[in-house]
Design a binder for this molecule. Structure first.
Ligand SMILES: O=c1ccn([C@H]2C[C@H](O)[C@@H](COP(=O)(O)OP(=O)(O)OP(=O)(O)O)O2)c(=O)[nH]1
Length: 303
């Protein structure tokens, strides 16, 4: 068994590459370069893509699978065997040949390649460009008719629905995974920011509410204190006996609040020329009267 060199290869392939598609230009270093046909299928698509002269290219994104098919129909006679591969230049870009590497004696048809872009960038492929390499080796003896290839790939000429169904679907390749992780990380970050914002608002609002309540309470307390002081001042200035004044001095304004209202009424109803002191005294007198009675009752009880 020996591999055919350029001259033998040329002689053989002139008849074994059909439709006069053989070109001497494609003979390279004891191999023949096969070109990309007009069909391609990538795993994210629902159907295959037809390439034509106006739109001869397609993009194979990182992490995508594709089925490629040669333009040439190859026939391998019964005393030969073929070996196939991708050209190094495209392998170097990350294009990996997943499919097999041999062509059986007796095979006839277009060759299909299942490829994967393992690189980090998209690979652009174009109809009619030479991406595949074919070597042919001569067997030690010719196979008989029964031994020749007669399998399911005989006379394959296009990418079939069955081929498509075998690789169809989104794959969780590293780029898809990276995108998913990035999207989730962004969603989590947004969620965190929103939650922080919410609690920040809650803190701000509670701070404001607590501040307002404190201010209100302090205001009420100050007002009450002011009133207490005013009442004490009134008591100090009134004509009541000293003993009563001393008792009243320790009283809280709350305990005389009703009288305070009476004082407002008294003030309102007072004649313009009437002395305010006498009005205040009126009120204090009424307090004194009540408290004095209470004190007396309590005193009587304790005695
Ligand atoms: O990457 C490849 C490998 C093989 N072939 C063709 C040539 C080969 O002679 C034929 C059958 O190959 P193989 O016997 O490896 O495939 P199979 O799926 O086992 O075939 P079958 O169903 O005919 O037994 O398919 C391709 O088109 N592409």
């Amino acid at each position: 068994m020996a591999f055919l060199a350029n001259e033998e290869l040329k002689k053989l392939l002139k008849t074994c590459i059909s439709e006069n598609k053989f070109s001497e230009d494609n003979l390279q270093n004891a191999s023949y370069e096969l070109t990309l046909g007009n069909e391609v299928y990538t795993n994210n698509d629902s159907v295959k893509t037809i390439l034509y002269d106006e739109k001869p290219q397609f993009e194979l994104k990182p992490g995508q699978f594709a089925i490629l098919i040669t333009d040439e129909i190859v026939k391998i006679p019964a005393e030969y065997i073929g070996f196939i591969s991708l050209k190094f230049g495209f392998k170097f870009k990350g294009l990996v040949n997943i499919s097999g590497f041999h062509v059986d004696p007796g095979f006839q048809g277009k060759l299909k390649f299942s490829v994967y872009n393992a690189g980090s960038k998209s690979i652009i492929l174009e109809k009619g460009s030479p991406y595949f390499v074919l070597w042919i080796s001569q067997l030690t003896s010719k196979l008989n008719k029964q031994q020749e290839y007669n399998g399911s790939h005989k006379n394959q000429s296009s990418i079939t629905p069955d081929d498509i169904m075998k690789i169809q679907g989104d794959l969780l390749d590293r780029n898809t995974l990276k995108n998913l992780i990035d999207e989730n990380a962004t969603a989590i970050e947004l969620n965190r920011i929103q939650r922080n914002g919410f609690w920040l608002n809650v803190r701000w609002i509670s701070g404001i509410v607590i501040g307002l309540l404190l201010t209100l309470n302090i205001g009420i307390w100050l007002n009450k204190n002011k009133k207490d002081n005013a009442l004490r001042e009134e008591i100090k200035n009134t004509q009541a006996p000293k003993e009563i004044k001393n008792i009243l001095a320790n009283m809280n304004v709350d305990s005389v609040i009703r009288n305070e209202i009476d004082l407002d009424v008294a003030k309102k109803n007072a004649d313009v020329g009437k002395n305010l002191d006498s009005i205040l005294n009126q009120k204090i007198d009424s307090i004194i009267g009540i408290k004095f009675d209470e004190i007396r009752v309590n005193k009587d009880r304790s005695e």
